[in-house]
Design a binder for this molecule. Structure first.
Ligand SMILES: Cc1ncc(COP(=O)(O)O)c(C=O)c1O
Length: 406
């Protein structure tokens, strides 16, 4: 067992060697003493975002007034491409910023179903995020479909063989999270998409916990559809709009389930009949939230400036450090590591199990160390690599040790 001082030295040395350390200064400062390890729920505000929002709104809204819609109307596409091309390995015109993740799941599943006529089964991993389950269950009930769930170990994530055993030619679509919200388990997108395609089904990926921290190649993986949010690792702010991805080859053939005027080919012709736009724009519905999309843009640009490969490396090192300290300090106190131990098999957070997790999480928060509670009795430690240091991880875990051991 290393001494606390040795471990602290290790944290300090890692921070000194961290090429991304300067990015910590790019965020609105925390209250002194606060350690924020919950950027995987809600990212922190970049300073640039606050500055630009004030400028952009004063100029474009204040002076440009309604005339600014000339360029505002393009924002969902422009920022969609910045996300798609910069972070997801998508091609131009395949990603759109719109609505919430939940609404986008609904839109894409409903649009995809007619592309697989006669298939009446939706497949979802048992531990996928609740909203993914709810949306699929709601669609299934209304349209007389069946939802088939793939059993998973909630700490290890889904096994390919368990998915395989649930697939057949009745399956229209499979909905999975790239990184699991509870365990942080990372799935092999390319291998799984191949498996899904081998039975003729479509793959819908939820990228909420991977976008901005896990390099992703939607094109290379052959993914059909994807959704994700921007308020976690992309730091776009509470309620910032989500994005959706439709593979170009599918785009023209899918009919949007909600026919809104922003998806109409000639919006201001005010035609009586709806005619969808030719590309991804058909998935727009109503008026997009302009200030929030600017915040998405700034969050994405900060991420691109750091580089997603560098962020991935730092996230692996930070989460390895969480597990290293947990093994030294917490496992002897009855904690379990409820995430994959190999850094290549998890996203950017580590989940710790303890029978008093909820209480300990609250006590930690009272000391200024913000983590997340998740059922059943788990603490999610999310050191977002753009906004966290190795010293943050040290401080959080030593406080947790002292609370749990008291
Ligand atoms: C994996 C996953 N999917 C979906 C959501 C919900 O997204 P939204 O609130 O944008 O609908 C979350 C939120 O935390 C999530 O973690």
């Amino acid at each position: 067992v290393e001494s606390d001082t040795d471990l602290w030295e290790r944290a300090v040395a890692s921070d000194r060697a961290d090429p991304l350390a300067p990015f910590l200064e790019r965020f609105v400062p925390l209250y002194p003493g606060v350690v924020y390890l919950d950027g995987n729920s809600l990212g922190r505000p970049p300073r640039d975002t606050l500055e630009h929002l004030t400028e952009v709104m004063a100029e474009e809204w204040g002076r440009g007034l309604i005339g600014s819609w000339d360029h505002w109307a393009e924002l969902p596409f422009l920022v969609g491409d910045e996300i798609g091309i910069g972070l997801l390995g998508a091609r131009p015109g395949e990603v759109l910023v719109s609505d919430s993740t939940s609404v986008n799941i609904y839109k894409l599943v409903m649009a995809a179903l007619p592309a697989r006529p006669g298939r009446r089964v939706l497949v979802i991993e048992e531990d996928n995020f609740p909203t993914d389950h709810y949306v699929l269950a709601g669609i299934a009930r209304r349209h007389g479909l069946t939802v088939r769930t793939v059993p998973v170990d909630i700490d290890a994530g889904m096994q390919l063989s368990d998915l395989e055993s649930r697939l057949d030619d009745e399956v229209a679509l499979v909905c999975l999270s790239h990184v699991g919200y509870r365990s942080g388990a990372l799935l092999d997108m390319a291998a799984i998409t191949d498996l899904v395609h081998s039975v003729g089904a479509l793959a819908l990926w939820d990228l909420c916990h991977s976008v901005g921290v896990v390099p992703t190649d939607l094109t290379g993986a052959g993914a059909d559809l994807a959704v994700g949010c921007t308020y976690k690792y992309l730091n776009a702010g509470p309620g910032a709009p989500a994005f959706l991805y439709v593979r170009a080859e599918l785009g023209q053939s899918l009919e949007p389930p909600i026919w809104g005027w922003f998806g109409q080919v000639d919006q201001f012709a005010m035609e009586a009949a709806y005619r969808p736009r030719p590309g991804i724009g058909r998935f727009l519905v109503g008026t997009p939230p302009v200030p929030a999309i600017y915040a998405v843009r700034d969050g994405v640009r900060l991420t691109l400036e750091a580089g997603v490969d560098a962020l991935r490396r730092k996230a692996m090192n930070l989460t390895d450090f969480v597990i290293y300290l947990a093994d030294q300090w917490l496992v002897p106190l009855g904690f379990g590591v409820a995430s994959p131990r190999q850094s290549g098999r998890r996203g950017a957070h580590v989940t710790l199990a303890h029978r008093r997790a909820r209480q300990l999480r609250d006590e930690l928060a009272a000391l200024g160390v913000i983590t997340d509670f998740r059922t059943p009795e788990r603490i999610r430690v999310g050191p977002a690599p753009l906004a966290c240091s190795f010293a943050d991880v040290y401080t959080a875990l030593i406080r947790l040790r002292d609370l749990a051991g008291a």
